[in-house]
Design a protein around this ligand. Structure first.
Ligand code: NAP
Length: 465
């Protein structure tokens, strides 16, 4: 049975709708109120793209496709069920799969078409395979570092950047040779091999700390390689989807680098994320004041304006539902409660927003750093729940601090600061936080979930007003 012309148009139309849905999806994903719709639009778009592809005229045998779909589902379903804190490495694995696929498709296309590959096609095909190859192994390395299967520590040696750039240059040189003479079939595996090796070498010097930024960058590469594949396969849908992926991944990595006070080149070439055993040498016995849940509840109940700053510790403790209860009791007592969200609080972009949304805390109570910072001087209590680095005033004042210059939440400007954490241990950046030694700061030592629960119990017990 041959497909008729109208059927072909029908597929093009499906692709067009899918393209529009991808664009809408990204737009909707950028605000919490529409994010859910954004996810649906993206899924529908991807569903349409798959259906459209299955009706392509070029397909003569559906058996391999069926096997692929089943295999993909078997791998994909458990991947979708990982814990929230494992999402960065899960995402890295998805990029690795996507990039592997792009590399394989590029390889197949080359051997099907060589030696008759037009110069333009050979150029984008090389770009597809080089980016795909390095993203494949790079993403696997990144996932391994985050999952702590591989050492998180950056591994560096002299001349590393030179070696890496040299490798990339060789891959590009082979690509040029192939563009000039696509008949050199034996050069192709060398190009793929070098790209795969380059992906490993690229990630080796980067510490676990910078992995989320790097993953977002690898996301961008995966998108670019998919767009290149779109040119090779003559698929407008792939070109658009790849370009969207490429640019949004790039924008996200730039935002993250800024929020963590790193230049982009620093992340890529700086061997950051090394454990800073900081200047812990000069230990002047600094004292902190600690308080009980009962005392904390009393202070909160007496406040009229409270800002809650959540961080990684809230995520680890899964304290978001208790935090919601706290929000409820305080609001009921007439206290104005809002949340200060730092762009890199937690371990992935949007980490806090997702958790607080899960606990049904109203979106309009979540304020971004710049908005909340102007409120903090008029705030009675800043309650920090498992956050550390994002509140460290050393970032403003101490030029020798590794986080100097990083924008922070100005919680030290509130009248009273209360910090829930288990110990005096540092956070992600591995450095001490002068906030804890201020006169106005009270340390509430304990697990975030347990301690917030205790405060809620005190507040609802009615014993304090
Ligand atoms: P943080 O600086 O890592 O501090 C988290 C604090 O939570 C720790 O000091 C820890 O203190 C406490 N904690 C851990 N488990 C807890 C529990 N069960 N109950 C109570 N407290 C607990 O976190 P942050 O302030 O959210 O800052 C995020 C950091 O991660 C920044 O340095 C940022 O640059 C980095 N980062 C962010 C991203 C991102 O995309 N969001 C990506 C990569 C890196 P105790 O051990 O004393 O309890």
């Amino acid at each position: 049975m041959t497909m008729t012309l109208p059927a072909f148009h029908w597929i093009e139309l499906v692709y067009l709708v899918a393209t529009a849905l991808f664009i809408l999806s990204l737009m909707w994903l950028s605000a919490p109120t529409t994010a859910r719709r954004g996810v649906w639009a993206g899924e529908l778009g991807m569903g349409l793209a798959i259906v459209g592809t299955l009706f392509e005229r070029g397909i003569i045998d559906y058996r391999w496709i069926a096997i692929g779909l089943v295999l993909g589902a078997i791998i994909g379903v458990p991947l979708g069920m990982v814990q929230m804190t494992a999402v960065p490495q899960r995402t890295a694995l998805s990029h690795a799969f996507g990039a592997c696929c792009v590399t394989l498709v590029g390889t197949a296309e080359f051997y099907l078409r060589s030696p008759n590959v037009p110069k333009f096609v050979m150029s984008v095909l090389s770009m597809e395979v080089i980016l795909g190859g390095l993203t494949f192994t790079g993403s696997l390395m990144a996932a391994g570092k985050l999952q702590e299967v591989l050492p998180q520590r950056p591994i560096t040696y002299k001349g590393q950047n030179l070696v890496n750039l040299g490798m990339l240059a060789v891959a590009v040189a082979i690509a040029v040779a192939l563009v000039l003479n696509p008949g050199h079939r034996n050069l192709f595996p060398a190009m793929v091999g070098i790209s795969l090796l380059f992906g490993v070498m690229l990630i080796v010097p980067i510490g676990g700390a910078d992995m989320p930024t790097v993953i977002s960058l690898l996301n961008s590469y995966a998108g670019l390689s998919a767009a290149a594949m779109g040119f090779v396969l003559n698929s407008k849908l792939l070109i658009v989807a790849g370009a969207l992926d490429g640019s949004s991944g790039f924008i996200l990595s730039v935002i993250m680098s800024k929020a963590m006070n790193r230049s982009f080149t620093n992340v890529l070439f700086g061997a950051f994320g090394q454990v800073q055993t900081a200047a812990a040498g000069a230990v002047e016995a600094k004292t902190v004041r600690s308080a009980s849940a009962e005392e904390a509840a009393g202070i909160l109940a007496a406040a009229s304006k409270v800002v809650i700053v959540p961080g990684y510790g809230m995520a680890v403790a899964q304290a978001q539902h208790k935090v919601r209860e706290l929000y409820d009791v305080l609001t009921k007592k007439g206290v104005e409660v809002s949340f200060g969200i730092h762009p890199v609080a937690g371990r992935m972009p949007g980490h806090m927003n997702v958790l607080l949304a899960e606990a049904d805390i109203p979106y309009d109570r979540l304020l971004e750093m710049d908005d909340i910072n102007s409120d903090l001087p008029q705030t009675d209590v800043a309650l920090i729940i498992g956050a550390n680095d994002v509140t460290n005033p050393a970032a403003r004042t101490d030029t020798s601090s590794p986080i100097y210059g990083m924008p922070i939440l100005d919680v030290d400007k509130a009248r009273t600061v209360m910090v829930i954490k288990r110990s005096m241990n540092p956070g992600f950046a591995g450095i001490d936080n002068p906030l804890y030694y201020l006169d106005r700061t009270l340390m509430l030592f304990g697990d975030a979930k347990g301690f917030v629960g205790d405060i809620v119990r005190e507040l609802s017990g009615g014993s304090h007003h």
